[in-house]
Design a protein around this ligand. Structure first.
Ligand code: NI
Length: 184
């Protein structure tokens, strides 16, 4: 089932999300719905708060980026209760966008590499390192489960420049090709 995407201004996007246990009700269905929602919206990542669930879960399917980033071929993963335990490497600037901030793309500076501990959809533990754009996608989704959005990383000047557009998004005054849920 395709879920509406909660957009800028929704309080759930600002919560530090909670860890979950294996018996979290409806988890398998939620993961499946999130993958479907992400695919339809042409996103490469989606975090549970973006569909209204304040839990530490995100899904990534970066395979569509394989032409520009060959190392991302087949990069499809589910991250549960993730903790980034280390960031390393030089800061790198790349453009980012977000299904919860439709129509806005901006340069964001992030460290090139991360080490992350998480559980996959079978609750098997992983401890892995990522570098480059794969790391960036994870960092972006990880921000969501900590209540952050990519626009938080922008300079004060940039933030001021997009303020009006963010306000429009929060009122639903935005053209998007997928279902969104705006603040009441
Ligand atoms: Ni996002």
């Amino acid at each position: 089932m395709i879920l509406p995407v909660y957009v800028y201004g929704q309080p759930v996007l600002r919560k530090v999300a909670e860890n979950i246990t294996k018996d979290y009700k409806g988890l398998e269905q939620l993961i499946s719905d999130m993958k479907e929602t992400m695919l339809r919206a042409e996103g490469i990542g989606l975090a549970a708060p973006q569909v209204g669930f304040p839990i530490r879960l995100f899904v990534i399917d970066a395979d569509p980026l394989k032409e520009d980033f060959p190392e991302l071929e087949g990069f499809r993963k589910v991250f549960i209760n993730a903790q980034i335990v280390e960031e390393f490497g030089d800061d790198v600037v790349e453009q980012e966008g977000c299904l919860s901030v439709p129509g806005i793309r901006e340069d964001v500076k992030r460290p090139d590499g991360i080490r992350i501990k998480y559980l996959d959809e079978n609750f098997v533990e992983h401890d892995e390192e990522y570098e480059g754009f794969g790391a960036r996608i994870i960092q972006h989704e990880y921000d969501h489960i900590d209540g952050h959005l990519f626009v938080d990383h922008l300079s004060a000047i940039k933030k001021r420049l997009i303020k009006g557009r963010l306000s429009n998004i929060s009122k639903g005054n935005v053209n998007v090709g997928y279902r969104i849920k705006v603040p009441k």
